[in-house]
Design a binder for this molecule. Structure first.
Ligand SMILES: [Fe+2]
Length: 259
């Protein structure tokens, strides 16, 4: 079984890269299942129902989100009825949507996907360790293959969560920083992990934003309206192989330039 995870899709450049490249990429690498983080697809912040549908149509089996989940008002009602677009588990109780999706590969194998945020340097109401165990248990009741998108800022927290879940899930994929780390690994218990899978979007930028604008805001401390950059587009993520029991056998980082 081969799983493709594509990291944070940023702005229209990232969304175009998914639409133009994902169908072919799935075939070329023989991916049985694709997870796409769509947290930054709408102009760099959040996701809209229309864009979610386009990512699904391009070949995403499940879309995950992150800290910008509520950036677009129209997404809440959509999440409430979506089975394949999920938001982090640790948002305020009573929020619309779910944090666990189960979808199937062409041969009928169930794959569960779980989305959780870190709380170091992110403003979240509930810590990840408060929700992870129950969520993972629920996922494992429904599928042998379980992929966790851990959307977090701090390396330490991401490594800790990956290790905490080692042996219980197929993969713990870090997202949110938009910079791919070189630590893709299979942990001792058989869970694949990477601290950050990177970004599908314009890399000639400051993590997706036009560099000059991001730098100006940092230098001056004044409000600057961000615009997504356009250049240096790459699809980034990881390819994970696992056995029928959901134990990871390989993980490879993926970096595909997109003209
Ligand atoms: Fe994020």
């Amino acid at each position: 079984m081969r799983l493709l995870f594509l990291a944070d899709v940023f702005g229209s450049a990232g969304r175009r890269a998914i639409e133009e490249r994902l169908p072919g990429l799935r075939d070329e690498i023989g991916a049985d299942f694709a997870v796409v983080n769509g947290e930054n697809a709408a102009d760099g912040r959040g996701l809209t129902p229309r864009l979610a549908e386009r990512l699904l149509a391009a070949g995403a089996d499940v879309i995950t989100l992150g800290n910008h989940v509520w950036a677009r008002d129209e997404l809440g009602p959509y999440l409430a009825r979506s089975e394949r677009v999920i938001r982090p588990a640790n948002v305020a109780s009573g929020s619309p949507g779910r944090a666990l999706a189960v979808a199937h590969t062409a041969d009928g194998t169930a794959v569960a996907v779980v989305n959780v945020m870190g709380w170091l340097f992110l403003d979240v109401p509930v810590g990840p360790f408060e929700v992870l165990d129950e969520l993972v248990e629920e996922a494992r009741r429904q599928a042998r293959i379980v992929v966790v998108d851990f959307h977090a800022e701090a390396t330490s927290e991401k490594v800790a969560v990956a290790r905490w879940l080692d042996g219980r899930v197929t993969a713990v994929i870090g997202t949110h920083t938009h910079v791919q780390t070189s630590d893709a690994r299979i942990q001792p218990g058989g869970t694949a992990a990477i601290t950050d899978a990177g970004m599908t979007g314009p890399h000639d930028s400051v993590i997706g934003v036009e560099a000059e604008l991001a730098i100006r805001r940092m230098r001056t401390g004044m409000p600057v309206r961000f615009r997504p950059a356009e250049g240096g587009v790459r699809l980034e993520g990881v390819v994970i192989d696992c056995d029928a029991d959901g134990r990871a056998t390989a993980i490879e980082p993926l970096r595909v330039p997109h003209p």
